[in-house]
Design a protein around this ligand. Structure first.
Ligand SMILES: [Zn+2]
Length: 153
């Protein structure tokens, strides 16, 4: 099972493997830009060098299901302890086969390793509550279902 397959992709079809700015590979980019910026959501879209004005490029990867899905990252928030170590995260993605759907992944990163990006984070209710709260703060949207209430929101 490949765990290194992340790239930037635009809806025009343009793909790239390299990442501008800090880092070069997506996991490094997530640590050094997304996490270290305090989860600046603007960094999750990059201008497409082909169609410039139109759709932005987003982090894209294959997600294993019964039928492998390709998903694009819309939002990432996480609980950064500030020590460069363990950061449990909530990723919101969009399956390319059904772009109106939204999926939510609880995963994690330790240092700059991509290992935890395909693993499930194990979270306390308090951590889930903090992640949902941070999601609301960083995206300006709250998750509209009773799960948030169930964990104390
Ligand atoms: Zn494009």
């Amino acid at each position: 099972m490949a765990m290194s397959g992340y790239w930037w992709e635009c809806s025009c079809g343009n793909q790239t493997k390299s990442v501008h700015g800090k880092g070069g590979q997506i996991p490094t980019f997530i640590r050094r830009s997304i996490i270290e910026s305090g989860f600046d959501q603007k960094l999750l879209v990059q201008p497409c060098p082909k169609c410039k004005v139109h759709a932005p490029m987003r982090i894209t990867y294959h997600f294993p299901r019964n039928v492998r899905e390709t998903v694009q990252v819309l939002h990432i928030v996480g609980l950064d302890g500030g020590d460069g170590g363990y950061v449990p995260m909530l990723w919101e993605t969009m399956p390319k086969s059904s772009p109106s759907k939204r999926w939510f992944h609880f995963n994690y990163m330790i240092k700059q390793s991509p290992w935890g990006l395909n693993k499930a984070a194990v979270l306390s209710l308090e951590d889930i509550r903090r992640l949902l709260e941070l999601y609301g703060t960083k995206t300006g949207r709250s998750l509209p279902f009773s799960f948030a209430r169930a964990v104390g929101k």
